[in-house]
Design a protein around this ligand. Structure first.
Ligand SMILES: C[S@@+](CC[C@H](N)C(=O)[O-])C[C@H]1O[C@@H](n2cnc3c(N)ncnc32)[C@H](O)[C@@H]1O
Length: 193
């Protein structure tokens, strides 16, 4: 990857991976909250290595089974990411990732939903390790996606700057349906409850 751009002429997914890579070390714990076909899950697994741990939430049983078969090294949780904190039980991931919307090539009616996504994001920020990073890609190109993208933006905008540094990347000279990548770091220190 040396010399390759982390920003330009790459897909949103690839850009996310390149930007997150320095924040994941071998042995880390990471969670993919929207596993789908597992591209992000596989990236997390590759970064944390055999000493690390990756959990993958996926609400669709068929996709969850496919993923468990494909990536036996991970824990697949066939439940909603709205239950994140209950599963984590006090464990603090270094990275938590969301790729919102519906499964490419799958049923577009099974999509992430605004209220549940916000419920999950609140939990994600609470359990994230200090210094850890939350990544959220939102897709405003379909009706629920547009509502969700706006709600996520407003939620992140309201985060206290003393506790979180929140960045947003999107292609400015594209249509309003262009995907939006948010990266939020939970600051170290004792400012968190
Ligand atoms: C855009 S896709 C994710 C793509 C995935 N990152 C990949 O590499 O293929 C979003 C996924 O989130 C799942 N999903 C929707 N609502 C969910 C929820 N509440 N909890 C967990 N997964 C959910 C969908 O079934 C879908 O597979």
């Amino acid at each position: 990857m040396t010399g390759e751009s982390v920003l330009f002429d790459i897909s949103v997914t690839e850009r996310g991976h390149r930007l997150l890579a320095p924040h994941l070390q071998p042995g880390d714990f990471a969670i993919d909250c929207t596993a789908g076909n597992g591209r992000d899950t596989a990236f997390l697994l590759d970064r944390v290595g055999p000493a690390g741990q990756v959990w993958a939430f996926e609400i669709q049983p068929e996709a969850a089974s496919r993923l468990a078969e494909r990536l036996p090294g991970i824990r697949v949780i066939c439940d909603s990411h709205g239950e994140l904190a209950r599963y984590a039980g006090g464990r603090q991931p270094a990275v938590i990732l969301y790729n919102l919307g519906y499964l490419p090539g799958g049923d577009p009616s099974v999509t992430t939903m605004t209220a549940e996504t916000l419920r999950s994001l609140r939990q994600a920020l609470a359990i994230l390790k200090p210094g850890g990073v939350l990544s959220v890609v939102a897709y405003p190109g379909h009706p629920e996606g547009a509502r969700e993208a706006e709600a996520v933006r407003q939620f992140l905008e309201g985060l206290p700057a003393k506790q979180y540094e929140a960045l947003t990347i999107l292609q400015t000279n594209r249509s309003a349906s262009t995907p939006v990548q948010h990266l939020i770091q939970k600051k170290k220190g004792d400012d968190h409850e």
